[in-house]
Design a protein around this ligand. Structure first.
Ligand SMILES: Cc1ncc(COP(=O)(O)O)c(C=O)c1O
Length: 377
């Protein structure tokens, strides 16, 4: 088994005393009133009353109209649909940061595009419009779309990406999978995951939001077999709808969102406090101070990642290199074009995800920080 595969994260894995993640969705008692509504309505999917209510409540939170948001089955499908909606010729390049999760590239391939990997900005860990413009001019083919990624929930500059889209005549679909907390809606579609490991987890699910009702209509149609009010498939499409049961979990999750956010903010603030005295170790920029996430990532000094993993393993602390060596390293994408990615490679060799869950006790955070300090100072 390789080093990565050995890193455990399940709470019940043998020898683990502090797991890296321990998702907590609303309990059965909080779901019951919603489940009873499903029983009464006998409406289980296909844009039922709970899905519509969930969309309406999300729209209100994000300050958009109900026509500007659509729930889908997961973020991978949401991203693919956000790219497909503009009908780019097959084989067109979709630029994206190499520092991301496999789903970003899978979504481009699902949409008939070819991922084109470029590097990220060292401070923000993300592809900026300036970097995208630089690589647009040096691309090995026509770039029809860009998929910036909000790394681990750090929000992106929506207006800057709107400008990039206008000035470069290039489609932009934002992978905001983990960015529920910091998200600001823009004209460019943003896709937020509702996977169990995310802030507003429903199990499997996602939403796409854009200040562009026509675009969201198109995504809604393509998530429902391409049907336009009848049973005729009018375009290339799929089935990516969210069920009423998932919406029930989402509504119960919104009912307790303030507590969930406060719990993750407490964890983040505790990490900020505990790691502040450790020189050369930095939490991700903005984490805890500007936005919260279900992952707590730190940059270590060079050469300390594997020794820290070994030290954690010895004392039963789970960790994850959430994005491994980045997209360009995946076997599935070996034939995709790529620019040099030195920053991504440096991040892959120095960034590690620490234990992070809503009820992670402060003493455990202190213990994690102690081991980090022992290995890195
Ligand atoms: C950056 C990024 N994009 C996309 C996804 C895919 O989300 P989903 O599991 O909802 O398909 C994830 C999942 O963690 C992710 O981290």
């Amino acid at each position: 088994m390789d080093r990565q595969a050995r890193r455990v994260w399940r709470a019940d894995a043998p020898g683990v005393t502090i797991s890296v993640a321990k998702p907590l969705l609303p309990p059965a008692s909080a779901l019951l009133p919603y489940l009873e509504r499903i029983d009464a309505a006998r409406w289980y999917s296909n844009g039922g009353p709970l899905v519509r209510e969930f969309e309406a409540r999300l729209a209100k939170r994000l300050g958009v109209s109900e026509r500007e948001i659509v729930l889908v089955s997961n973020a991978t499908q949401g991203l693919a649909l956000s790219l497909q909606a503009v009908d780019l010729p097959p084989g067109t390049l979709c630029m994206m940061p190499a520092w991301s999760f496999a789903a970003s590239a899978h979504a481009a391939v699902l949409a008939g595009l070819v991922p084109y990997f470029v590097d990220v900005d060292e401070a923000s860990w993300s592809l900026t419009p300036e970097l995208a413009e630089h690589w647009l001019r040096r691309a090995p083919g026509r770039v029809g779309a860009v998929m910036p990624v909000a790394p681990f929930g750090r929000p992106l500059d929506g207006p800057a990406w709107e400008r990039f889209r206008r000035e470069n005549d290039c489609w932009v679909a934002i992978d905001a999978a983990a960015a529920f907390d910091g998200l600001r809606a823009s004209e460019c579609p943003s896709v937020v995951s509702l996977h169990a490991t995310k802030l507003l987890g429903v199990g499997e699910g996602a939403f796409v939001v854009a200040r562009d009702g026509a675009l969201i209509d198109a995504i809604r149609t393509r998530a429902n077999f391409g049907f336009l009010g009848n049973r005729e498939a009018a375009m290339k499409a799929t089935n990516a709808k969210l069920s009423e049961y998932a919406a029930a979990v989402g509504l119960a999750g919104l009912d307790r969102w303030d507590e969930t956010r406060a719990a993750f903010a407490r964890v983040a603030n505790e990490y900020v406090r505990a790691l502040d005295p450790v020189p050369n170790v930095q939490l991700q920029q903005g984490y805890g101070r500007e936005w919260v996430s279900t992952t707590a990532n730190v940059v270590l000094p060079e050469g300390r990642l594997e020794p820290l993993e070994d030290a954690f393993e010895e004392v039963g602390i789970g960790t994850r290199r959430w994005w491994g060596d980045g997209l360009a390293a995946h076997l599935a994408f070996v034939s995709s074009p790529r620019a040099p990615t030195p920053v991504t490679q440096r991040l892959a060799a120095t960034v590690i995800g620490l234990p992070c869950w809503s009820d992670l006790p402060n003493e455990m955070i202190a213990r994690v920080a102690e081991v980090v300090a022992e290995v890195c100072v």
